[in-house]
Design a protein around this ligand. Structure first.
Ligand code: ADP
Ligand code: MG
Length: 759
């Protein structure tokens, strides 16, 4: 479609921002609005409020200071004036002329100068005057004005978008096709598509301003709902298609129940019972199970999975458990073997990992292929080694985030056999509503309760300068017969060696110096004092500020600690670059208590279970993501003794780093931390968008729009239900509204979400 104001060159620039059609442009919504209907006058402004002011430029100047140039502009109304200040403002020099009318928008601050008030780094726009065209004036003065994020350079800035979108909407008056059923819109009290688009860009007079800024007006809600509805409808279809595929109908007889009872070493928590109930109910269905078992570290997922695997085995099928690392696969193998030894039945369990020698592999493969091996535990090797199961009934995948291979399970079964059930376990506590809606093709069970008898872990922040106290603390605990982890962000000292780091050195957010007050923060509750009594806040030296903080590495610190502060202790080293055998030897020695202190990278993050380890030290904790820190902390507190997590920080901590660390100290609730992580990072990064198959949204925001997501899910299910009967199908063809919904769904899924076709 031809859009006025967009030539080939601009089209190219837009395409770079994935704006390919007029529709894409219309769905590029303003990120904020300015109320220029009744601009605020300077005499009513109060410090602390955020306001939009239209005033005349009185003068401006660029102040060259030693640090960074500051641009100052004074704007006025009659005798009153307001000072606007931009740091690093050289780019503004010469931009304003005295006498021009400008709109500035920002937080009002008190000022000591004669103007009395100031704004720091306000948003601004030079307003059109009589020499500008009427259209520009119409769109920018005397109304609620939309402000857009630039789509590339000054050419495609806010003003340009306003005009193009305005013209586009004018040209399409009465012709924007609706894509949702009228009945649904009426019921939900949402405007039609055309009205929504028009008013979201050019809000009518009197639209409540706070609603606009919060994307909560009916037009906003309509567009957000629309986007989420099509996401949910697509997921709903995937789920339905899965339900129609042939799977295995497992039976739960008394014999099966008895088999489970024999091996259970403790009373399951009620969350474990509920989850197992949900899993088994799925397994009894004739269609394949696709279920996510979600539970915080230590919530006892493994035993639940093992029970499900027993159901499969007792039904004469094989079960497979895939773990992300060899260490974990081995740990699961040993644990499962120990548990199953309690049984009067003789189960055959095998372990298949990449590091086995060829003979062993071949032998193991043949046991799997013949069906002799009933329980198969392994790593990726299970897929890579072209293992063919005799009668695969259930696949359990530990930590799906490390895999992304859901589609490949088919490779593991023989042709012509029914599809196995799949249970995915994850310790990433995804907020429930999100899990339900996003893993739309998985059903979700949640373990939201820890087994009894856990004592909370004490978490403290300690600045790196006080390392000596931390090492003393570690020694003290080792002297009591306990063990400790010390985790580093990198393996070796070189810069390109940060594979396991969430927030690399050149993190986009600006790093700020730790003010001395931070030391105070750790003592705020008075508990750090008890842990580390000699608080000596070190003033922030200027020299340190300029220092590009080098990261300490596991390898280097292993040497240093062994020879210095931890001399005499048995200190081991574990990282991702050791070969599998070495890793395993070290991990086993740590498990057996032959190593006191394990210096490591995040290799130990997932699932490693050593109840005697009570101290977790993380150096450069500011560099780790919340989820990672939470996982690391979950490595301790697994036994009866009191455990500690000590988060040591480097010289510079970014504001977001501060927030992450404070959250870790504040709470141990994985779901709460996940919520926060989600808010801080945005859903895309939280899930690792591409990897998790999570769509990118144009207008929706999963954190903000959680309720609309629920609504959309409900409506999508209802819509799909109504199409189920044959009669409905026939009448559907005759119902252009419903047909349009399906057409739109196809388009939306292919174009926007790029998700793999259900299959
Ligand atoms: P997850 O895999 O969810 O992190 P695990 O399955 O490793 O947790 O369980 C953590 C620890 O708690 C294990 O040592 C396990 O034996 C123990 N455990 C699990 N369920 C219970 C229970 N119901 N009662 C007591 N201990 C339990
Ligand atoms: Mg089934």
């Amino acid at each position: 479609m031809y859009v006025r104001g967009v030539g080939p060159r601009l089209a190219e620039m837009l395409a770079a921002r994935e704006i390919l059609t007029a529709e894409d442009l219309l769905y590029h919504l303003p990120f904020r609005y300015e109320d220029r209907q009744n601009p605020r006058s300077l005499d009513e402004l109060k410090p602390g409020e955020t306001a939009s002011v239209i005033a005349e430029v009185r003068g401006s100047t660029l102040l060259r200071t030693r640090k960074a140039p500051i641009f100052e502009m004074t704007v006025g109304q009659g005798r009153l004036s307001l000072k606007c200040i931009w740091f690093n403002g050289s780019y503004l020099n010469g931009k304003f002329q005295a006498g021009q009318t400008v709109a500035v928008y920002g937080k009002v601050e008190p000022s000591r100068s004669i103007s009395n008030l100031k704004m720091i780094q306000p948003q601004f726009e030079v307003l059109p005057d009589a020499t500008d065209d009427a259209e520009t004036r119409l769109l920018e003065v005397g109304r609620i004005t939309p402000v857009y994020e630039s789509l590339g350079g000054s050419r495609l800035a806010s003003r340009w978008q306003r005009k193009v979108i305005f013209n586009l909407l004018e040209g399409m008056r009465g012709a924007v096709p609706e894509c949702l059923p009228k009945e649904m819109l009426a019921r939900l009290d949402l405007p039609n598509r055309e009205t929504a688009l028009r008013e979201v860009h050019f809000p009518p007079e009197g639209t409540p301003f706070a609603q606009l800024q919060g994307s909560a007006t009916p037009p906003h809600r309509r567009l957000i709902f629309e986007e989420l509805f099509f996401l949910e409808l697509g997921l709903e279809l995937k789920r339905r298609r899965m339900r129609q595929r042939p799977g295995i109908e497992f039976a739960t007889t008394d014999k099966v129940r008895e088999a489970i009872r024999e091996v259970l070493p403790f009373h399951p928590t009620s969350a474990q019972k509920r989850a197992l109930g949900e899993i088994v109910a799925d397994m009894r269905q004739p269609s394949p199970m696709r279920r996510l078992l979600q539970g915080d570290v230590g919530s006892g997922k493994t035993i639940v999975a093992l029970q499900a695997m027993l159901v499969a085995m007792e039904n004469g099928f094989q079960a497979a458990l895939m773990a992300p690392t060899e260490i974990l696969a081995t740990q699961h193998f040993l644990a499962a073997r120990k548990l199953l030894e309690r049984s009067s039945r003789r189960y055959r369990i095998v372990l298949l990992t990449g590091s086995l020698d060829e003979d062993r592999k071949r032998h193991t493969r043949s046991l799997i292929n013949s069906g002799e091996a009933q329980l198969v535990i392994g790593t990726h090797a299970l897929i890579e080694e072209k293992v063919e199961f005799d009668r695969l009934g259930l696949v359990v995948v530990d930590e799906q985030h490390r895999f992304g291979v859901l589609q490949r399970f088919k490779l593991m079964k023989k042709p012509n056999q029914a599809e196995p059930d799949v249970l995915v376990m994850t310790a990433t506590p995804i907020p429930r509503t999100l899990a339900l809606s996003l893993y739309g093709d998985l059903d979700v069970s949640i373990l939201d309760e820890l087994p009894p008898g856990r004592t909370p872990i004490v978490t403290r922040r300690v600045p790196g300068e006080r390392a000596d106290e931390v090492w003393d603390f570690v020694r003290k605990h080792v002297a009591k017969g306990q063990q400790a982890y010390i985790v580093y962000p990198v393996i070796e000292g070189t810069k390109d060696d940060q594979p396991e780091l969430d927030f690399p050195l050149d993190e986009a957010e600006p790093a700020v110096d730790l003010p001395p007050a931070t030391t105070g923060k750790t003592t705020r509750r008075g508990k750090t004092a008890e842990l580390f009594p000699k608080v000596a806040p070190e003033p922030n030296s200027g020299a340190r500020a300029g220092l590009k903080s080098a990261l300490k590495s596991a390898t280097e610190m292993h040497e240093k600690l062994r020879q210095g502060p931890l001399a005499g202790l048995r200190v081991g080293l574990l990282h991702g670059r050791l070969d599998a055998d070495e890793k395993e030897i070290i991990m086993r020695r740590f498990q057996r208590g032959e190593i006191d202190v394990l210096v490591a990278t995040t290799v130990i993050e997932v699932g490693v279970d050593v109840p005697n380890a009570t101290v977790m030290v993380v150096e450069h904790a500011e560099r780790f993501g919340l989820a990672q820190l939470h996982q690391l902390r979950g490595r301790v507190g697994r036994g009866a003794a009191k455990s500690y997590c000590i988060l040591m920080t480097g010289p510079r901590v970014s504001p977001l780093g501060e927030e992450r660390l404070n959250a870790m100290v504040r709470t141990q609730d994985g779901f709460e931390l996940a919520e926060l992580d989600l808010t801080m990072r945005g859903p895309g990064e939280f899930f690792g968008t591409r990897q998790a198959g999570l769509p990118e949204f144009r207008v929706a925001n999963l954190v903000r729009d959680r309720q609309l997501l629920e609504l959309a899910k409900l409506e999508a299910a209802g819509f799909a239900n109504a199409s189920n009967s044959n009669q409905a199908k026939r009448s559907e063809a005759a119902d252009p509204e419903r047909a349009r919904v399906w057409a739109r769904l196809k388009e939306a899924w292919q174009r926007r979400y790029g998700l793999v076709e259900a299959g």
